[in-house]
Design a binder for this molecule. Structure first.
Ligand SMILES: CC(C)(COP(=O)(O)OP(=O)(O)OC[C@H]1O[C@@H](n2cnc3c(N)ncnc32)[C@H](O)[C@@H]1OP(=O)(O)O)[C@@H](O)C(=O)NCCC(=O)NCCS
Length: 186
């Protein structure tokens, strides 16, 4: 499966995290902590380069198991964010898509472009029929990303997310193969 990537558009290149990405990942997260902390449980003041390395090891192993796909979102060899596919249901063929973009690169539409590349990967390469983007109520920047890429707004799910020590209702957005001119096949 590693051979079926990278995913590219005019500017971005998405690829699996590499073992030697821990410094780059740490720096991207560290500069972004204030934006990440409200929405990502793993983003804490105690985040270290070792934590970045451990994440990369786990992500690479789970990629091989086909249970989790973590893409480094890069531009000109710099890590500008990440995009993941998680909670992959091989039987029912749907999964969750997540994203974050480093603070210095916000506001350029990177998250949406990365999300579209990864959603297409999920449909074409993994045979998914539905990709979900679940966004805590109040995360306006992420809601804008989902809206701008044309994700379907399916409403609000109650008590759908735990972030840190707080419970959130969450917006459910979806992307479907037909949004990419693809046909869902079983
Ligand atoms: C949500 C996030 C991924 C957006 O990434 P991005 O590449 O900046 O996305 P966009 O450029 O499309 O901007 C989306 C919205 O973010 C907000 N935004 C962008 N740049 C901003 C800035 N410099 N200051 C304040 N808000 C900003 C705007 O509301 C924008 O919507 P608009 O285009 O209608 O103005 C990014 O803000 C982030 O990583 N947030 C923390 C992690 C997170 O919440 N992930 C999603 C979990 S569901």
């Amino acid at each position: 499966m590693f051979s079926s990537i990278p995913l590219v558009d005019q500017e971005l290149l998405l690829r699996p995290f590499r073992s030697n990405d821990s410094t780059g990942l740490y720096e991207a997260v560290h500069e972004s902590l204030q934006e990440l902390k409200p929405w990502m449980s793993w983003a804490t003041e105690g985040y270290t380069e070792m934590a970045a390395g451990e994440y990369i090891s786990i992500a690479r192993a789970r990629w091989e198991e086909h249970t989790f796909y973590a893409f480094a979102v890069t531009r000109a060899d710099e890590i500008v964010g990440a995009c993941t596919l998680s909670s992959i249901h091989p039987l029912y063929r749907f999964c969750n898509l997540g994203y974050w973009v480093r603070t210095s690169q916000r506001g350029q539409g990177i998250a949406g472009r990365a999300a579209q590349l990864v959603a297409r990967f999920a449909f074409e390469r993994l045979g998914m029929i539905r990709v979900e983007i679940v966004i805590a109520v109040g995360n306006h920047a992420s809601i804008r990303v989902a809206e701008k890429i044309g994700a379907h707004d399916e409403g609000i799910l109650l008590n759908r997310m735990v972030i840190g020590k707080s419970i959130y209702d969450a917006h459910m957005y979806s992307l479907l193969p037909s949004d990419f001119d693809l046909v869902a096949r079983l």
